[in-house]
Every structure is written in C-alpha cells, then in structure tokens.
Design a protein around this ligand. Structure first.
Ligand code: PGA
Length: 254
C-alpha cells in the first residue's frame, strides 16, 4: 500500500507563507520521489487555491480541507462546503480531528454525517480517531476507538462500503500526543493500529486490509522513520513539524 504523509497546517500561514512552503515542497518533490509516497497538505481555507496551484499536475501531491459542513449550501455562517473546497482544488477532507472534537465539541454523530457526506460528494476522507489520556489510563482504548469508528462508518451505504479503497484513510491520533511533544511509543502505536485494523475488519470485512491507517501526534524528523516502519502504520499525519518545508521533506523521505 502506498504510504501517505500528510501535513495539517491548522490555523497557521497566510497565503504568501503557504505559497512559499508549497512551492518548496513542489520543487523538491518534482521528480515524483519518493515514488511510493502520496503527500497531502491540509492548508487553511484561504490558502487552499494557492497550494493546489503549486501542486497542479503532480500525481504524488494533493490538498485537502481541514473542515467543512455536511450540507450542499445554506445558512451556516462561518462554515465552508465541499463544493467550495472542490472549487479551490481540494480532493481530500479531514473529519473527526481531535481539535474539532475537543475544542469545537464535534460529536461522533456529526463526524459520521461529515464522513458520509464527503464520500457522497466524491471527496477522499481522512477520518481521525484517538483516545484521551484518562481513557487510555482507564483501559478504554479499544472501546473509544470502536465507538468512534463504528459511529462514523455505520451510516455508509452499501455502495460506499464497496468503494472505500483509495477513498478512506484512518488517522490514529492519541489526543495526549498532539502538539505536546509526547509521541506514543512503538508498542503503544502498534497496539492501537492492530486494534484499529481488527475493528475495521469486523465492520468492513476484506475491504479493511486496503484502508491506510496513519499515525499522528508529535511526529518529527527524528521519530518518523521508526513510526512509519511499524506494522499497520501506513503513513503519518504531521502538524507542527510540517510547517517548515525542510522538516516536512525529511519526514516524507524517512
Ligand atoms: P502535531 O499535530 O504533529 O503538532 O502533534 C498532529 C495533528 O494534530 O494532526
């Protein structure tokens, strides 16, 4: 399976700053190397079109929206639609990122509606799941991951379930490891990814083996190669260390 290395730029970078970083990435990856990696950037909305323009024509580079509202259009002040993201060049969306769940109180049900809607609209979805520290300490890892995954996937139509390969990726991001510098150790990451793979198999059958499961949470150039080499780790979702092109390029090459 082709590894996915994704950058979540969160609420960082003006258009000019985003254009510069995107141009550096595009130039460095111009010859398509490394061939076995798909590189995704989730920029702020205002910079989506400049990043998409910098990546135009490159099969190994794509952009995605960090957020959207699951309706075609309407009176949803402050929200953005998938049609608007498509117009700006995005082909992917994030759903269920821990900052959306915990800072903006997005429920499992809203994440589920977003997942189904984005797939219906032809988007590829990176569905983020992960436990909080107290949940891990209370032995609830498997329960939390199961609840988040099953709620997000239960309303998929049969047709959507049959065509998930290449259209759905899961990102395991333990909440306690995001932006904290505390990376989950190899044993913890392997345990969570194996749990996710088994949960996906129980929910989706054979299709589960084809769905990439990325790790995210304090990924750095220094730990990326260990993480990406673990069983069932099919890529990385990188926040802070993706903001500088050189740092992100090291992670892409690891
Ligand atoms: P981080 O963020 O790499 O800064 O921990 C990861 C994420 O939120 O996706």
């Amino acid at each position: 399976m082709r590894k996915i290395i994704a950058a979540n730029w969160k609420m960082y970078k003006t258009c000019g700053e985003a254009a510069q970083t995107a141009a550096e990435l595009s130039t460095a990856l111009a010859d398509g190397t490394p061939h076995d990696r798909l590189v995704l950037v989730f920029p702020p909305f205002t910079a989506m079109d400049v990043v998409a323009a910098a990546f135009a024509g490159k099969e190994n580079l794509a952009t995605g929206g960090q957020n959207f509202y699951p309706a075609e259009q309407g009176a949803f002040t402050g929200e953005i639609s998938t049609a608007m993201l498509h117009d700006a060049g995005a082909t992917w969306v994030l759903a269920g990122h821990s900052e959306r769940r915990h800072v903006f109180s997005e429920s499992d049900e809203l994440v589920a509606r977003k997942t189904v809607f984005a797939l219906e609209q032809g988007f590829k979805v990176m569905l983020c799941v992960g436990e909080m520290l107290h949940e891990r300490e209370n032995g609830q890892l498997s329960d939390v991951l199961s609840r988040q995954l099953s709620t997000a996937l239960e309303h998929l139509s049969d047709a959507q379930r049959e065509t998930l390969a290449g259209r759905l990726a899961i990102a395991y991001e333990p909440v306690w490891a995001i932006g904290t510098g505390k990376v989950a150790g190899p044993v913890e990451v392997q345990e969570a990814h194996a749990t996710l793979r088994a949960l996906l198999a129980s929910m989706l059958g054979d299709a589960a083996a084809e769905l990439p499961i990325l790790y995210g949470g304090s990924v750095k150039p220094t730990n990326a190669s260990t993480l990406v080499g673990l069983d069932n780790v099919d890529g990385l979702l990188v926040g802070g260390a993706s903001l500088e092109a050189q740092s992100f390029l090291q992670i892409i090459g690891s």
